[in-house]
Design a protein around this ligand. Structure first.
Ligand SMILES: NC(=O)C1=CN([C@@H]2O[C@H](COP(=O)(O)OP(=O)(O)OC[C@H]3O[C@@H](n4cnc5c(N)ncnc54)[C@H](OP(=O)(O)O)[C@@H]3O)[C@@H](O)[C@H]2O)C=CC1
Ligand SMILES: CCCCCC(=O)/C=C/[C@@H]1[C@@H](C/C=C\CCCC(=O)O)[C@@H](O)C[C@H]1O
Length: 407
């Protein structure tokens, strides 16, 4: 491995290579955190090559120079990768990650090369951070185009949905280790955006579909509350509750989100948890109590909702984003009283529970989209190097619908 950390500097260019009589201009734009890693060195002859790297040439080893020449000559693939460098503490910092480049080898039999087109940024990346090994690739999924293949199950030109992490290029044999699902060919979305594969027509859509229908089991005429309502899961869960004939109350953090939920998605009521008194607003919106609660946020919002639930109400615990960035343990919140006295059913879930029904959820959500009953909105950030920004903006609530990054 050859580290070029000492070359760091935003937008710095290293420049001219003359190799075997061919003059090649190489622009290596290095951002603050860019490091260059070499997985494999082909020690070819670079004797006689004139290599000029300005005043930083002392930082490069001979091996690195040869490796650069090989990259230029053989068009080797360089993947950009975000590594998890320091454990997040509190709100994630840019310096907790490191952007590096990895030289990829040629693919072998059974393998394919995929180029990320859309990457997902999700709250679980923060929630699971204590379990991510330091130095490993940041976790996450993507929709990627297969650009080379020696595996007939993954043909060139097709798109895969895969848990490759925060990286632009990946070699895979279709059997990723230690991930919650294996790469699969993007189903036919009948002209809908391929990015939906990491959103409404993927595990996000299925989280809303199964988490609401299998756990809350909402019935026509019932009142359903959704927290995190304008996010990717919440906005879909609320629309599915509307499709079931329920009265739907969405809780989210801005008036713009509220307008979208009520005016475009058909939610019956909106509560802004940042400016409204949630307890009073809930009483006004649900004078007869709440039957189902789809919980994306946890914390005070959730205990306030749970205290207003009707007998035999059902709570689907999807997540608790209000606590993910906390350093301190949350204060005790006594929900046992309503759970016991109202005989509520509260159940946590992980969408992987329904992996064997993955296509059922996708097909149903696709049908509802085609029928005009379900809308999937996205907040798109451009540029792989902006992954961290997209991630933290989502944690701050700047996204409406699904937060994705377009490479
Ligand atoms: N159980 C499972 O299998 C799965 C669970 N999840 C969970 O679902 C939830 C929603 O995820 P997802 O739809 O992908 O993300 P979102 O698209 O909803 O984005 C996160 C949203 O959380 C809101 N938020 C941030 N901080 C707080 C806070 N302190 N209190 C209340 N809301 C906050 C923000 O909206 P706002 O402006 O409203 O504050 C932000 O937009 C998360 O808890 C996630 O962990 C997701 C996928 C699968
Ligand atoms: C208290 C911590 C709760 C964390 C809950 C949570 O967010 C879990 C999520 C993962 C889930 C991710 C699902 C959808 C992501 C959408 C993009 C995509 O990857 O397609 C899955 O990994 C299983 C749950 O653990």
């Amino acid at each position: 491995m050859c580290s070029m950390e000492s070359l760091n500097g935003r937008g710095r260019e290293t420049d001219i290579f003359h190799t075997k009589g061919v003059s090649v201009s190489l622009q290596a734009k290095l951002s603050n955190n860019v490091n260059v890693l070499y997985n494999r060195y082909t020690v070819g002859s670079s004797f006689g090559n004139k290599i000029k790297l300005g005043r930083y040439s002392h930082c490069l080893t001979y091996t690195c120079i040869i490796s650069f020449v090989n990259i230029v000559q053989n068009k080797m693939v360089l993947a950009k990768v975000f590594k998890y460098q320091h454990m997040f503490r509190g709100f994630p910092k840019f310096s907790d990650l490191k952007l590096v480049e990895e030289e990829l080898p040629e693919i072998e039999d059974g393998e394919f090369l995929a180029e990320a087109v859309y990457l997902s940024v999700d709250p679980y990346m923060r929630a699971y951070a204590p379990r991510i090994p330091i130095g490993s690739t940041m976790i996450g999924s993507q929709v990627a185009k297969i650009t080379e293949s020696k595996n007939p199950d993954y043909p060139v030109g097709k798109y895969v949905v895969a848990n490759f992490g925060w990286r632009t290029h990946t070699i895979s044999n279709g059997k990723e280790e230690g991930v919650v699902f294996q790469p699969y060919i993007l189903p036919d979305f009948e002209g809908l955006p391929i990015s939906y594969g990491i959103g409404g027509l993927g595990r996000i859509g299925n989280t809303a579909y199964f988490g609401l229908l299998d756990i809350c089991k909402p019935k026509e005429g019932e009142t359903v509350v959704i927290s995190g309502a304008a996010g990717s899961v919440g906005s879909i869960a609320g629309q599915i509750a509307k499709i079931q004939g329920c009265t739907v109350i969405g809780i989210a953090g801005s008036e713009e989100k509220g307008k979208w939920l009520t005016e475009e998605l058909g939610f019956d009521h909106f509560i802004n948890y940042k400016t409204d008194d949630v307890e009073k607003a809930l009483k006004a919106a649900a004078p007869n109590g709440i039957d189902c609660y789809f919980d994306n946020v946890g914390g005070d919002i959730s205990s306030t909702v749970i205290y207003q639930m009707n007998h035999f109400g059902r709570i689907s615990v999807c997540g608790s984003i209000s606590s993910y960035n906390s350093i301190n343990e949350p204060e005790d919140i006594l929900i046992q009283f309503p759970l016991v006295f109202k005989q509520l059913r509260m159940e946590g879930f992980n969408v992987s529970r329904w992996s064997d029904r993955h296509m059922e959820g996708i097909k149903q959500n696709l049908k509802w989209i085609k029928e005009g009953k379900l809308k999937c909105r996205e907040t798109v950030t451009n540029g792989f190097e902006n992954m961290f920004e997209a991630f933290t903006e989502m944690l701050k609530g700047k996204n409406v619908g699904k937060a994705v990054v377009k490479v």
